[in-house]
Design a protein around this ligand. Sequence first.
Ligand code: TYD
Ligand code: MG
Length: 450
Amino acid sequence: MSKSKTVFICQNCGYVSPKWIGRCPSCNSWNSLIEEIDPSQEKKASSKIFNPGIPTPIKQIKNTEINRVSLHFSELDRVLGGGLVSGSLVLLGGEPGIGKSTLILQAVLNLINQNVLYISGEESEHQIKMRADRIGIKNENCHIFTETSIERIIATIKETLPGIVIIDSVQTIYSQDLSSSPGTISQIRECARQLQEIAKTKNIPIILIGHINKDGEIAGPMSLEHIVDVVLQFEGDSNNYYRLLRPKKNRFGSTYEIGVFEMLSDGLSEITDPANILLSDRNSKLSGVTYGTIIEGSRTLMIEVQALVSNAVYGAPQRSATGFDHRRLQMLLAVIEKRLGLKLIQKDVFINIAGGLKIIDPAADLAVIAAVLSSYFDKPFPENSVFIGETGLSGQIKQVSFPEKRLNECIRLGFNKIFIPNIQNYNLNTKSYDLITVTDINSFATKLYS
Ligand code: TYD
Ligand code: MG
């Protein structure tokens, strides 16, 4: 028997190379190529001649109503765009131990009389039962099936026709038709394809749980993300109880919403008012601590920025940012240096966003600058101060998106000394606040401690 031909496939993007290379030329990830049986050998091209199909004019296509199944968590429903769509394939990604299995198990255990098939390739029935007892079982129609063969899984789905199917996790299931091991990109892709086919033909929603690798990507992401209808990411900090559910792709809703949860001893609990969950001790009056706002989906969250500016011991000063973009920090420090003339070149600068959140909203720039200045001069701000504004390269402070929404939220949480780019006629809920306008970083620095 001739030896089957092998190729090297990038586990991140699916790029195929005849020989091993250290860095994928397609997605630039390092050490991601793994030897697998050549997939083109496994599926021989058909030589049959097919009759052409008949495409339909768009106006003749009838509108069908999207049928959605509501899950127990309203936060999960909201992120999905109003519930789980029948026949859809949803991928839930997250780091190991973040709570993916808990979230989905809890969601289906609380549905009354919904026929659920929970397929686990990771945990035994006994382990899942222990977890379910901890969470509480309301749905007696939830069936656990420990299986990893996709062929048996498909046969079981066809036989039992459940209302919802869960696959925990997509990395553990495999097809007997492929010789590569479970978790490789060809296996994940083939299993997802078979599941998508059954989801569409039987109109059953399927939730796939997937682990993300060290770079924060779902293994085989580029190949899976276009197969599935919805990609959700479950994020959080292992030192923190809060978890964010963020849609990366949604064919049936917006990718603008986030869901917020808290991990408790009896499972996850929804946080419907998450505005100030990320703030630590507001009364501490420490230098280098400031507050700002970010918009996440339709919600405004308050953030706490912590900065430490200290004398650099080694030749090259250190710049370290946790939860904030490193390059943006470099840019803000350069603006402070150039426009305010502070000698930051001789200082180490550390920035941390409390609560383990990674922020991308540029409206946090002013809070970061204020935290750096506060630590540099070792002068704390009153705890009711908040800083809202985006900074440009020339040092001007620019207006942010949804200023009114941010202001109302600040005032509601007792922040009433507000630094903001310019005053318009804001329609605010109260009059008891102090708005301080800033146009550029120089006027900001002079007004800071006045
Ligand atoms: P899990 O859902 O197994 O994570 P994943 O499927 O993403 O790998 O969650 C595991 C963690 O959650 C574990 O460290 C314990 C914690 N946990 C709780 O704190 N409370 C609970 O009620 C449950 C079920 C888990
Ligand atoms: Mg799990």
